[in-house]
Design a protein around this ligand. Structure first.
Ligand code: BDR
Ligand code: CA
Length: 309
């Protein structure tokens, strides 16, 4: 079993990613680090603890709080999409007793990669602040980590915060830059190009058999799906973050191609834009496995099936 750490800004789709990772039983989840992003660090942490409690694994998986702000910028929350609480109003009345560990997220990343050299897979589904902080403190992490899979960016399509930029990159582009240039041998970008094809519809939700999970998913995704319809003309919940978990479970869900990717940090209107050098015009070493296609049906079938086990 793969040793995995999830890094999240829990968020509706982060929560679904956590659920997928836990229910798959395919990973040894060493811990979950939280970060500022969709919601504040505190809320992301509480939400993560709530999800683990719902799944009854709160005593098995440690939660470790990380960065409370981006490296250099102000926080930029996404309450419009994820609701004031980050979970679309689901689990509002849950009493959480689980507490985060007494450790800083980036230090946990360093500690675990040191403990298990070339064995740890990081699945990043929020802004990349925690990983950037870890790399700045211990640059060897880049070569000692087995693999990093991150949900972020868009290489051919349009952004979802600004015309050019995807949310996780937009919130902390300086952190994304550190990660992209760290020299991580296996670095996979799961961007909007593919995640916008991984759409959880009402039909999928109707197939969920576990009453607790079915109810949770229904409530949590309801408003999100309405918002998604306004922008994209489809009523569904885009499984951005779960697809990154899916790639960690089974590479075959996506097709990747290796390119040089950088991120814009100094632009008046394009900050956070991921720039993928498809034609080698910059003559740089190819640093990222970019997801260019996805078998969304296979992924969604697996998602529903896994939640039903
Ligand atoms: C990403 O941004 C966040 O709002 C989601 O949780 C996901 O990680 C999609 O752009
Ligand atoms: Ca996220």
């Amino acid at each position: 079993t793969k040793k995995v750490i999830l890094d999240v800004d829990t968020g509706i789709d982060d929560a679904l990613g956590i659920i997928l990772a836990v229910k798959s039983r395919q990973f040894e989840i060493l811990g979950i680090t939280t970060t500022n992003g969709n919601v504040s660090l505190e809320t992301a942490t509480t939400n993560t603890c709530k999800i683990l409690t719902m799944l009854e694994v709160e005593h098995e998986i440690p939660v470790i709080k990380g960065a409370s702000t981006p490296l250099q910028r102000q926080a930029f929350f996404e309450h419009r999409i994820h609701g004031q609480d980050g979970l679309g109003g689901a689990l509002a009345d849950m009493v959480v007793t689980k507490q985060p560990e007494d450790q800083f997220g980036p230090d946990f990343l360093i500690e675990q990669v040191k403990a298990y050299p070339n064995e740890v897979t990081l699945v990043m589904t929020g802004p990349l602040t925690n990983l950037a902080l870890a790399i700045e403190k211990w640059p060897e992490l880049a070569s000692e980590v087995e693999e990093v899979i991150f949900m972020g960016g868009v290489v051919k399509g349009v952004g979802n915060v600004t015309p050019t930029s995807e949310y996780n990159m937009y919130v902390d582009p300086e952190a994304a830059k550190v990660v992209l240039h760290a020299g991580i041998p296996k670095l996979t970008l799961v961007g909007l190009d593919v995640t916008r094809q991984a759409l959880l519809s009402e039909e999928h939700i109707a197939k969920l058999t576990d009453p607790v999970l079915a109810d949770y998913v229904k409530v949590s995704t309801a408003d999100y799906s309405k918002r998604y319809f306004e922008r994209n003309g489809v009523r569904a919940c885009a499984l951005h973050d779960p697809l990154a978990v899916g790639v960690a479970l089974q590479k075959e869900f996506v097709k990747t191609e290796k390119y040089y990717v950088d991120v814009e940090t100094k632009s008046e209107i394009c900050d956070g834009q991921t720039v993928c050098d498809f034609q080698d015009r910059m003559q740089q070493r190819r640093n990222v496995d970019v997801c260019v296609d996805v078998n969304s049906k296979a992924f969604l079938d697996m998602f529903v099936q896994t939640l039903n086990t």
